[in-house]
Ligand binder design. Sequence first.
Ligand code: HEM
Length: 501
Amino acid sequence: FHQRSRSSIRHVRGPPSPSWFYGHMRQLTLAPTYGYFEFQWLKAFGPVYRFKGCFGQNRLMVSDPVAFQYIFNSPHFALSPTTQNTVALVFGEGNLMGIRAGKLHKRLRNEFNAAFTAAAVRGYFPIFEKVAQAISQELEAKSSAAEELQEVIDVVPLLNAVTLGAIAEAALGCTAEDLGSEYVAANAEIMAAASNQSPLQLLADALLALLPSSVLRLFLLLPTKTLNAARKSNTLARSIGSRVIGRKEELMKSGVDVRTDVFGGLLDPERTETRLTREEIITQTPIVMVAGQETTTNTLSFALWELAKNPALQDSLRAEIHQLSNGGNFAYDKMPLLNAFIKEALRFYPSEAFTERMVTRDTVLPLSESITTSTGEEVKQIPLQEGQVVVVGVASYQRIQSRWGEDAHEFRPSRWLEGSIAKGDAVGPYANLLSFLGGPHTCLGWRFAIMEMQVVLCELVGKFSFSLSEEHPIRVGIANTLQPTMRDGGKGVPLKVTRVL
Ligand code: HEM
């Protein structure tokens, strides 16, 4: 068996490697448009294929729903040591993502899930609306000035302000100003550093992965600019958490119901038995603040870019928004095109385009459909060995034609309205999409993100029209997260913006 399993991953077919040093990593992460090579491999080799990491490492790319379920739920897959250390650095020790299993993880998830239920998040609509309206006022001032000067407006900083405001108010229960400029600056610095992707970085990551975890930890103690910013943002986020919890405890003492935001929900007096401790909640502040912001900004910026590319789609969406506005009292879940559009944006532009897992014990990966190996064998499961890396291909899965349709590589929201999407094996918490991943570590804030996007799109598309500027081409780049990338390599979506209402 040992012999067979050793040869097994090698015998999964895949593209020939262009380089021993880089393997396929440059094609995967530094292509001119994200997916340029990856989607060709998907077409040529199907949803499961072998490719090379740096230094000749064999890796398995997986975009099969049955395999996903196994990877997420089996105890034999872990974050790689490099990822584990980065997660601990950026989100702090003891964060939800870092604790992979066990009683504490279950308890944390149970309590947080109770604060993120559909009913709870629906209660945040007025907060999302307030935050979105503030941004639309800012956009109004900017757009009339820009129109006169024939200038474009980069919508990314505005969307960043919305998503930060939504987290501050609906998750923590404070204003964006309360977070303090120091936190905002440290946060921006990490985001900028994280979007610095280069061939050298790929090799550095691969080398770091070869180090024992204890040595890696020492590296992370170095006083470099980025590491300092990460530590600072972490400390500041914790003190914000501590402050908001303290304030809520005071309010509770005077009989005020604080369950008007996520952190307030965590203090729910009806859950005294299971309630998290003050320290446990504070420990989760950095991850809640960071995980909820960039991902939502990315998805919304791609969404506005798609509307600018497709004026007919934009007109139809605006017509739906105006028709169903009901004097500003939107029934967001009853807006067919809006929701189809959000699903398509999540499908086409998953903020986490892929994620790596490391095999911690020899195991066998089940597949939904058999594949033909290079030796001509038909197999429906692949033996994996301890130490091997599997890549969960979120973006690839979301382009599979047998599920999404022949035109899976086109951005076309109406596919969601036609009922033409194949049901098949279920994945993820929403619409069989993997954008929020799945299993015990499914995105905690997926409902929060969807409802926030519903509100922001109704507000912005209802009041403004967006169009492309030829001088500002945008491409789909990846730097940790999938993001709209400008010619200078920075993240941004500069558009012409006109007031319509
Ligand atoms: C469109 C927006 C969003 C996308 C695409 C997204 C995606 C994801 C993904 C893929 C993961 C899993 C990461 C991994 O384990 O590799 C995740 C985890 C997480 N997300 Fe989101 N997210 C979004 C919005 C939010 C929001 C708004 C919040 C909070 C208000 C949030 C909070 C979290 C937390 C706390 C985790 C860690 C969960 C755990 O490991 O137990 N996310 N998200």
